[in-house]
Design a protein around this ligand. Sequence first.
Ligand SMILES: Nc1ncnc2c1ncn2[C@@H]1O[C@H](COP(=O)(O)OP(=O)(O)O)[C@@H](O)[C@H]1O
Ligand SMILES: [Mg+2]
Length: 400
Amino acid sequence: MGSEDLQSHYARVTNLGNGTRMIVVASPANLAVLSESASADELTGLTLAAHAAHEPLPSALFRNAVLAIIEVDPQDRRSLDRISAVREQNPELDLVAAINDASVSLVRTLLREGISDVVALPFDPSEIVQVILDVSARRGEEIAAETTLAPVTVVARSIGGCGATSLATHLAAELAARDETGRGTLIVDLDIQLGAVADYLGVTPRNTISDLLTGEHRLDEELVRSVATDAGGGLWVIGAPRSIVPLESIDTDVLLRLLTFLRRQYAHVVLDLPANWTNWALSAALAADTVLLVVELSVASLRQAKRRLELFDTVGIDRSRIKIVVNRAERRLFRSINLEDVATTLGHPVLGSLALDAPLVSTAQNQGVLVGSVQRKSRYLADVAQLTTQLQELASGSQG
Ligand SMILES: Nc1ncnc2c1ncn2[C@@H]1O[C@H](COP(=O)(O)OP(=O)(O)O)[C@@H](O)[C@H]1O
Ligand SMILES: [Mg+2]
């Protein structure tokens, strides 16, 4: 292991929280071996505390510590009592005993007392490194598991052209504008054959979703940064592939792994899906917190919406996560088919509606901007804002 690796692992451990520390407690002679054999750089982040094996240890020594490697003299009862006391007073601490000539029975006794590991004396620096790596990996996993995953909203259409992408882009922008975490909102265009998200937002992504789904490259923040394009206002875009790829080319497992990764990076993730339902699209919908099903007031759209709802039932998408949005709601039409009729027809409540605002919506999209950039106030934007509020209220309600 090179010293660079070692340092970055030290950094990872020491960055686990504000001022977290790793400590080695040993007699001056043993510590000398350690500090002589390792370069000063490699010891960054490691606190060396010189204490004879029997000497009691001040409890302040372990404040903010995640790992303590403590010398134990098996011949000295006080030394054994000392490590037991540290164990008892610092239940969260990873505790490692450093022992000269440890017998199997002693190691067993120590492990039973809650010591995580044993290293040999005199210190072997590579053994210390291994201990640090183990702790770092374990704590890293714990931290990753604790990090909350951002909510995912899927926008699904009943039929093509019903306004799903328009809603997805405006909803994502509205969520981004309201985000207080500074992590931003991400919209992912999974309409891999007809994707229009980047066009609607006027961005030209250098890389696309394909670069994240090949599985060729290791998924990390840098790779995501090279693919997500800044659309301004805290909104980020992962665009659809530039050339047409088969719908089945997406691997469900790879997609779900990507989704989980993205949910750690952003405050909210919005997915635009193709009109056709594949296994991976259904899996994405299953993983989502909310599925917005966009319908319009036409027989064809409502018929398809009903079929989609049945499909969602079949795969077990919880009905409470599905919200119907009626697009192109015209005042005039309201009288003939109102939202309640839609709910009755579909057997599912309607969350809200979006006004028909022509030609404003398509004018904005043709210019590659959001509606708000063309006209500050509009019925369409007001409806999107109201819908966003409703979704946020539902989300906070289901948390509490
Ligand atoms: N509420 C609306 N008012 C006016 N035009 C709309 C509205 N919703 C969508 N459109 C227009 O309809 C067309 C299709 O919308 P789009 O969002 O691309 O549909 P989908 O993604 O469902 O295929 C676009 O030209 C868009 O500008
Ligand atoms: Mg679309």
